[in-house]
Design a protein around this ligand. Structure first.
Ligand code: ACO
Length: 441
């Protein structure tokens, strides 16, 4: 097994002394980045748990998919730098890379694109699901619900122990996520759903399904399609983040892939994760003008104020997020293309970035713009309302979620994820003793 091999090569050990007893644990070196101490036998040997809220020091799994060096601002999928993939690849090639481990050759890619596009349609009955939602429902609510509901329609791909079914489910999830996202948008507008067009690329088709309507055909601009594709590539995977860990944890119980991905969509929705792109644009609109930046920077620094600079800071990146760099340059191209010469929100974003990057608080805490800081400005210029930003993130992340879910299922030592706790509640008490006298609940 890889873990044993890595350990043998280095033969490093960690010692933990508890009271007078020393316990030894193997250290596994990663191919790049931090090593890990294998403490899986700690409880059996020492009857004690480790405590790590937010998993800031915990590796939950072994993975070969994505590598991040947060200090240097590096992101690689299967060894390839994100900058190169954003320039030279397209989204479906990146999906194939993430799932299968290396770049496909020409025939493999053509075949894979054909297989994905075969699944862009949704079962007609799924339309009934949409009609159950209020028109003003957040499109992420529709994403969560309809994604989970796919498991009731595609029952021939629920057997997680069958490799063919796993691959087919993965292709369905990726292809249908764009159709569901576009339908959620159309539903919120009160417009008829637009059927997918399989002669278009993944990104072109998504834009087409969102912006075409029965009265007017939408001609997909190559500049906007490239921007959309780049956004999808940049959001495709990001190692063991909250939503990916949610997908893995849900999947560890043997749950079906559609249910697991729906769990990932839920986790992504939060403003500290995928919901930050919507929150970042709304924050810029609230700040309104560069003359208010100082006031908002002061709010962000004030510990008593819950306000945070959205689109700033990252658990892993303690340097400029490489995805934000790419998006900043795309943002300028897209605005030029759609004819926005002086976008006040872009100017505000750039002023805010400059001031924050030179501020002592942000410098000391190493808070840099993350991927969400510029993506909202691009998506708004393409024509999307803020509620759709996280949906687009979710469509992109179906690539990483399915790749990570597949890796987990195929891992021979995979077992159900079951963390423990530091219990600080009451000791045993007799029923009726200590009944509450407060009436605040
Ligand atoms: N504005 C102001 N202060 C901040 C910000 C911010 N955006 N981000 C972090 N800080 C402060 C924290 O208050 C904390 O201060 P303290 O040490 O005095 O307590 C310190 O910086 C460290 O921050 P943590 O919250 O401990 O860092 P963590 O790794 O837990 O959180 C997170 C990272 C959630 C991304 C955080 O930076 C944040 O909330 N940012 C804004 C939301 C955002 O943009 N999220 C998108 C993340 S990228 C993605 O999901 C694709």
């Amino acid at each position: 097994m890889v873990r044993k091999k890595l350990n043998k090569k280095n033969n490093r050990k960690a010692k933990i002394i508890i009271d007078e007893t020393t316990y030894e644990f193997p250290i596994y070196n990663s191919t790049e980045g931090e090593a890990v101490i294998d403490i899986s036998k700690l409880h059996a040997e020492a009857n004690i748990f480790t405590y790590d809220p937010g998993f800031t020091s915990t590796a939950s799994c072994e993975s070969k998919i994505t590598y991040i060096d947060g200090d240097k601002g590096i992101l690689r999928y299967r060894g390839y730098d994100i900058e190169e993939l954003a320039k030279k690849s397209d989204f479906i090639e990146v999906v194939n890379l993430l799932i299968y481990g290396d770049l496909p050759n020409k025939e493999q890619l053509t075949k894979y694109k054909r297989l994905i596009t075969r699944h862009t349609l949704l079962h007609e009955q799924i339309i009934n699901f949409f009609q159950g939602f209020r028109r003003d429902a957040h499109p992420m609510a529709m994403m969560v619900g309809v994604m989970g509901a796919l498991s009731s329609f595609y029952q021939d791909t629920l057997n997680i122990n069958d490799s063919h079914q796993r691959q087919e489910a993965t292709r369905r999830i990726i292809a249908k996520s764009a159709t569901i996202g576009a339908m959620a948008y159309k539903y919120s507008l009160g417009q008829a759903f637009v059927s997918p067009r399989n002669n278009l690329s993944f990104s072109e088709n998504f834009l087409y399904m969102c912006f075409s309507n029965t009265a007017e055909n939408y001609k997909v601009s190559p500049v906007l399609a490239k921007a959309m594709d780049t956004i999808l590539i940049l959001h495709a995977d990001h190692e063991q983040n909250a939503s990916t860990s949610t997908v893995r944890l849900a999947g560890s119980s043997g749950a079906n892939p559609f249910a697991c991905i729906a769990a990932g969509v839920s986790s992504l929705w939060g403003p500290a994760h995928g919901g930050a792109n919507q929150a970042a644009l709304e924050m810029l609109e609230e700040i309104g003008s560069s003359k208010n930046i100082k006031k908002y920077i002061a709010k962000a620094k004030n510990k008593k104020d819950p306000f945070k600079l959205m689109g700033f800071g990252h658990r892993v990146y303690k340097n400029y997020d490489p995805r934000a760099k790419i998006l900043k340059s795309i943002c300028l191209k897209v605005l030029k293309h759609v004819g926005v010469k002086n976008d006040p929100i872009l100017k505000l974003a750039m002023d805010l970035e400059k001031i924050a990057l030179n501020d002592k608080y942000f410098k000391e805490k190493r808070l840099y713009p993350n991927v969400d800081f510029y993506s909202g400005i691009i998506l708004r210029a393409i024509g999307f309302p803020p509620e759709m930003f996280t949906v687009i993130f979710a469509i992109a992340r179906t690539a990483g979620w399915t790749a990570q879910w597949t890796e987990m299922i195929e891992d021979p030592i995979q077992k159900i994820g079951r963390p423990r706790q530091l219990y600080t509640g009451k000791r045993v008490i007799k029923y009726g003793v200590g009944r509450s006298s407060k009436n605040t609940r």
